[in-house]
Design a protein around this ligand. Structure first.
Ligand SMILES: Cc1ncc(COP(=O)(O)O)c(C=O)c1O
Length: 383
């Protein structure tokens, strides 16, 4: 009998909900009100307090939050937004939804795979409207320095903090450094509810615009009419249905109680991983030990020595029951982007995409699980 038949599968991410989460959702269902309502408002209040932000607007996804953040920054047809290519496609896709052009900038290195500020600066043109910084894997990119660069050039800084609830830079929560910060509550995220997102901002105008556009720019909501506060509505812009619903908000609110404890556990596991992996030659673990305390530790990325190892090592680990992933293929190499923007060349990003391997990490992972991953990774590399 082979080892794959007797060892349990180790997933990349394993969602564990508690009875109180299920009860919170059941209670929302029993309430008879399922769309935007009091639970969504309570979640927004709790998340704004968590961030120390003035406004938090819950949305249907982080992609929706990016779209609204770009619109609020005034991004329109022909404008340029500087984004990394080493990120999920939504960071750039939402720029295209505004009729604008994503301009890809390089990451600093494989050790610190977040935006290279000098390269961002090189890409600023008279058409640049905004810069989007991605806090890759939940680790703080240099949002403070990018904020200075953006301020000096009259640009909006947008923070894609999809990975990074509870993470900080200089004692301030990620997501609160720019004009707007966006978060994802997608299934495998640090605070997952299935599908969901949020935009935070300190700007009254941005908050008002996001609240309006998430619900078709209507002057009153269904709940207002249901509860007799309004009888009709006007439409004052061209908006979307980007609303969160009550069961998801209830789940988010319930899960938020454990957010800090779960992130603390992620950090503990990450530090232990770093120790285990330091002994394996040919494996580079991005970021530094000191960064871990400031990170949400969403995932555990490693970089392998050579491009040729990536698929092979992933396959060998899969054969041993260990699931891995690739965060991220370079956006500028996807067909839709290659066709629109031929000739983009980002050697550091491309090498990162060709050598990255994301290892399993989730709060209730055991030390034995980690030992197994390290052992199997070492074995896969030794062949
Ligand atoms: C960096 C980043 N930005 C944006 C998104 C989009 O989030 P959502 O799936 O909630 O739309 C993701 C989701 O994976 C992401 O990883």
């Amino acid at each position: 009998m082979g080892a794959t038949e007797i060892t349990p599968e180790l997933p990349l991410f394993d969602l564990r909900l508690e009875p109180e989460d299920v009860e919170a959702v059941a209670e929302a269902l029993r309430s008879g009100w399922l769309t935007l309502g009091p639970r969504t408002a309570a979640f927004e209040e709790a998340f704004a307090a968590h961030l120390g932000a003035r406004h938090a607007i819950a949305l249907s996804s982080c992609t929706a939050a990016l779209h609204l953040a770009y619109l609020a920054a005034g991004v329109g047809p022909g404008d340029e937004v500087i984004v990394p290519s080493f990120t999920f496609v939504a960071t750039a896709g939402a720029v295209l939804h505004c009729g604008a052009i994503p301009v890809f900038a390089e990451i600093a290195s494989r050790e610190a795979p977040t935006l290279d500020i000098e390269d961002v600066e090189r890409h600023i043109t008279p058409r640049t409207k905004a810069v989007t910084v991605v806090h890759y894997a939940g680790y703080p990119a240099a949002a403070d320095r990018l904020r200075e660069l953006c301020d000096a050039n009259g640009l909006a800084l947008i923070e894609d903090a999809a990975h990074a609830p509870s993470a900080t830079l200089a004692g301030r929560k990620l997501g609160t450094w720019g004009l707007a910060g966006v978060f994802s509550f997608f299934s495998n995220k640090v605070l997952s509810v299935g599908e969901g997102g949020l935009l935070c901002t300190d700007s009254e105008e941005v908050a008002a615009m996001a609240r309006s556009l998430r619900s078709h720019a209507m002057t009153s909501g269904t709940l207002d009419r249901h509860e007799g506060r309004a009888t009709t509505y006007d439409v004052v812009g061209v908006g979307f249905n980007y609303r969160m619903d009550e069961p998801r908000a209830a789940l988010a609110l319930s899960r938020m109680e454990r957010l800090e404890a779960e992130v603390a556990r992620r950090r503990e596991l990450t530090l232990r991983y770093r120790e285990l992996l330091a002994g394996i030659s040919g494996v580079l673990v991005p970021f530094e030990d000191a960064d871990v305390a400031r990170s949400s530790c969403y995932v555990l990325p490693v970089m392998l020595e050579r491009e040729s190892l990536q698929a092979d090592v992933a396959r060998r680990l899969r054969e041993r029951g260990i699931q891995t992933s690739l965060l991220y293929p370079s956006i500028h190499r996807f067909t839709a982007y290659r066709e629109r923007f031929p000739g983009v060349s980002l050697p550091v990003t491309e090498l990162a995409s060709q050598t990255e391997l994301t290892l399993p990490l989730f709060p209730h992972m055991t030390h034995a699980d980690q030992d197994r991953v390290a052992l199997e990774l070492a074995a896969a590399l030794a062949r």
